[in-house]
Design a protein around this ligand. Structure first.
Ligand SMILES: *Cc1c(COP(=O)(O)O)cnc(C)c1O
Length: 228
């Protein structure tokens, strides 16, 4: 971790934006992709610098860091995303931070618990359902087979949760084909959920975001490529 200069960060950001542009036009001129900067491994100063360079959406994977950074950067109109595993004992803390989007809703049990605590605080939260597209033991999230049904069950039984779509982490593999397959699987689920109101398909990180965009992602979560 180190504090990076403005020109250094500008060059990294330009490169990522250029790559996004190249990938998205292969889908369609009208395919718009949102860039969420994953700040979990970087210094607070780098967030402020990227903000000054025009970046507005940032993600964290721990409630505590999310909360303290939101607090410190309170005067900046930043959009904050929660992208990491949410422990049940941190639910109230997360609700108090009022994130723009909680991307890592990974089970029906968590949804029910979150809904209960949102109700108690008379609050709502925008969420994405996390899909474990390659059925990897190391990852949380719903299997592709159950994702559609669980999405509908959450919609029916959790009125405080506003489901906006799906999120996945690409298959952990050196084989591009395997990674692509996990994105295609997730995108198919996203398409089937569009009639249920899904509008966000969050896939792609530093190592695979151009591939993810070509598979239909409209939100990418990029960390290390911006802070190298
Ligand atoms: C850390 C993380 C990212 C960003 O990873 P990079 O490889 O640094 O771009 C994206 N999504 C999730 C869920 C993460 O935990």
């Amino acid at each position: 971790m180190s504090i990076l200069g403005k020109e250094h960060l500008r060059a990294n950001l330009d490169e990522v934006i250029w790559n996004i542009e190249q990938a998205r036009i292969t889908v369609s001129e009208h395919h718009i992709v949102k860039l969420v900067t994953v700040a979990k491994y970087t210094e607070l100063e780098n967030i402020s610098t990227l903000y000054a360079l025009g970046q507005r959406a940032f993600g964290e994977n721990q409630v505590q860091q999310l909360s303290s950074r939101m607090h410190t950067l309170d005067d900046l109109p930043i959009e904050w995303h929660m992208i990491g595993t949410l422990q049940k004992n941190k639910i109230n803390n997360l609700i108090n931070t009022r994130p723009t989007l909680m991307q890592s809703l990974d089970s029906i049990e968590l949804a029910l618990e979150l809904n209960k605590k949102l109700l108690a605080k008379e609050r709502k939260m925008h969420c994405l359902l996390q899909i474990n597209a390659a059925n990897e033991e190391s990852k949380l999230g719903l299997s592709p087979e159950e994702a559609f049904d669980i999405y509908q069950r959450i919609k029916e039984s959790c009125p405080q949760i506003n489901l906006k779509g799906v999120m996945t982490i690409g298959a952990h593999s050196k084989e591009t084909k395997e990674i692509q397959k996990s994105f295609e699987t997730t995108h198919r689920i996203y398409e089937s959920l569009q009639k249920e109101g899904a509008s966000i398909c969050s896939m792609g990180m530093s190592s695979d975001y151009t591939l993810a965009i070509k598979c239909g992602s409209n939100l990418i979560r990029v960390g290390s490529a911006l802070f190298k």
